[in-house]
Design a protein around this ligand. Structure first.
Ligand SMILES: [Mg+2]
Length: 191
């Protein structure tokens, strides 16, 4: 993986634990099981959007206050710092819970994009902006995440994609150029 010169991480389930209860959120806001929460939110009439948003924010904040580092993610990031590999985080979370997680876990990554400032993954806009900022070609930036939106966003941005933190390969694993069950294995492959 010598060609990797920069890394973009997802946050929840990638760098830190998340116990967001999507089933409960969907039930509370009336979102059908198969639908994406954010897409559903934007489909609601304006007067209902704020109520649904409040429900989501409440769940996100609860989750943020109990988030912990995923094992080995911290030492991987530390090594990236040593190797001067630029890093960023792109999350579908909103700013406030993201800030709580970053502060609580002392995540040392400065460049963080939340859903207020960019279209949510799988849209590649945030990833492409970061490539510009890093002044690196997209082919040299690894998109690391635990869910299909991360991999789809990476593919849409023409970045190599890495699926991380799984117990058995999910049905969207074909969207990943690299698959590592945990950060320890990614660490060994990169360094
Ligand atoms: Mg995730």
């Amino acid at each position: 993986m010598k060609h990797i010169k920069g890394i973009i991480f997802d946050l929840d389930g990638t760098l830190v634990t998340s116990s967001l209860d999507f089933v409960a959120i969907k039930q509370e806001i009336g979102c059908p099981d198969h639908e994406d929460v954010l897409a559903f939110l934007h489909s609601l009439p304006e007067h209902q959007q704020q109520d649904a948003m409040d429900v989501i924010h409440r769940h996100e904040l609860q989750d943020a206050h109990s988030s912990e580092w995923i094992p080995s993610a911290r030492s991987f990031i530390d090594e990236c710092f040593v190797k001067q590999i630029p890093m960023a985080i792109v999350t579908r979370n909103s700013h406030h819970p993201t800030h709580v997680k970053v502060k609580r876990n002392a995540i040392p990554i400065q460049h963080i994009v939340t859903r207020e400032t960019s279209k949510p993954k799988p849209d590649p806009s945030a990833l492409l902006d970061i490539a510009d900022h890093f002044k690196l070609p997209t082919e040299s930036i690894l998109m690391v995440g635990d869910y299909k939106y991360d991999l789809q966003a990476g593919r849409n941005a023409k970045m190599p994609t890495c699926l991380i933190n799984y117990q058995s390969l999910p049905d969207y694993a074909h969207l990943a150029d690299y698959t590592f069950e945990d950060f320890g294995l990614l660490h060994r492959a990169m360094f």
